[in-house]
Design a protein. Structure first.
Length: 216
């Protein structure tokens, strides 16, 4: 074979291997993109699953707290009277069964009492003198609604709280509001439940204003 033919053949071989290399390169790139896309979809699906699970657990915690107040409001409706000392005693005794830091009762259009765990009992309280978010919850309960408030900051305790309020009725008429509040810290146990991600993964809760409040 002469030199010209040899060079021609070498060019064909070189072109062939160049094309093969390009095909392999494109193929590996396509496979990489496909694998990355698949991985991304799996991550997104896992995030949705974990988010729904934590949301379910938080809602379950809130429903349990509300049910505690529903039960107490039923007793109050049945008894027909509110005795301050008995109310305080009931709170202290029930503290082992719930995570409420404060509980209170506010007569519709009147004053109320509020008890703080390991703290003083406040009598003849005016509802409008409480935190604005807390007071809004009381008003809604007076209107016959069961309320879970937005997270609000208690300046005295320098801590974030969530408030509950349920109506108390007598003969079918709302006569007052039973209230409770607890620190948002109680939800840490819910958020700390092991997830399908690594141990370094952090779960946070964002409010409607775009600010994170769990953890603070």
């Amino acid at each position: 074979m002469d030199e010209r033919g040899m060079q021609k053949r070498l060019r064909k071989i070189t072109l062939f291997f160049t094309l093969v290399s390009l095909v392999l390169l494109m193929g590996s790139g396509g496979i990489s993109i496909l694998l990355n896309h698949t991985f991304q979809n799996e991550i997104e699906d896992q995030i949705v699953t974990e988010t729904n699970r934590h949301r379910t657990n938080i809602n379950r915690k809130i429903d349990t707290d509300l049910q505690t107040l529903y039960t107490l409001s039923s007793f109050m409706e049945f008894s027909g009277t509110i005795d301050s000392s008995q109310f305080a005693k009931g709170l202290y005794e029930s503290n082992n069964e719930n995570s409420f830091l404060q509980m209170g009762y506010f007569e519709k259009g009147g004053t109320g009492i509020r008890v703080t765990v390991n703290g003083a009992m406040e009598e003849n309280m005016k509802a409008e003198e409480t935190d604005s978010t807390f007071y809004e919850s009381i008003q809604k309960a007076w209107d016959g609604k069961s309320v879970v408030s937005d997270v609000y900051h208690d300046s005295a305790a320098d801590e974030d709280f969530i408030a509950y309020a349920v109506p108390v009725q007598k003969n079918g008429t709302v006569v007052g509001a039973l209230t409770a509040c607890e620190s948002t810290l109680v939800f840490f146990d819910v958020l700390s439940i092991k997830s399908g991600f690594s141990e370094q993964t952090k779960v946070r809760v964002m409010g409607t204003d775009g600010k994170f409040f769990l953890p603070a």
